[in-house]
Design a protein around this ligand. Structure first.
Ligand code: 2BA
Length: 109
């Protein structure tokens, strides 16, 4: 058995939990903070059989893997007649840091 630790962005946490649960994985969510940015993130713990680890990682990747997103808050630029408008910018969002650990013993009582 393995324990998968996935550190994801706080805003991605619920979606990843939902996807993992729908695929039959049990998940524990912890509210954590990154040591570098000191801002909140979410750490998910998934205990699963060895042969299902790659599927769990695939689900996490599908749900919150790094991707490009177009946002419209790149800052206002001057428009005609003194009006201001936002312009679209492409940003990288998502991503996860994943650790897979061996489990020596597992039981539910
Ligand atoms: P990521 O490498 O994607 O890491 C995101 C979060 O995952 C980290 O948040 C931390 O909570 C966790 N994490 C990553 N690698 C880990 C490890 N080896 N052991 C334990 N936890 C780990 P933060 O620490 O707030 O880091 C946020 C982002 O800042 C990192 O994104 C990375 O791009 C950058 N970063 C982190 N440490 C850095 C450093 N010493 N120098 C420069 N950039 C750093």
């Amino acid at each position: 058995m393995k324990l998968v630790y996935a550190i994801v962005r706080k805003e991605d946490g619920n979606a990843v939990i939902e996807d993992l649960t729908q695929h039959g994985f049990s998940v524990t969510k912890m509210s954590t903070s990154g040591g570098f940015l000191r801002s909140g993130n979410t750490t998910l713990i998934v205990g699963t059989q060895d042969e299902l680890v790659s599927q769990a990682i695939e689900v996490i990747k599908e749900s919150c893997g790094e991707h490009k997103k177009i946002v419209y808050n790149g800052g206002p630029i001057a428009g005609v007649d003194g009006a201001y408008m936002n312009y679209p910018v492409t940003v990288d969002v998502g991503g996860a840091t994943i650790f897979v650990l061996n489990v020596d013993h597992f039981e539910k009582i």
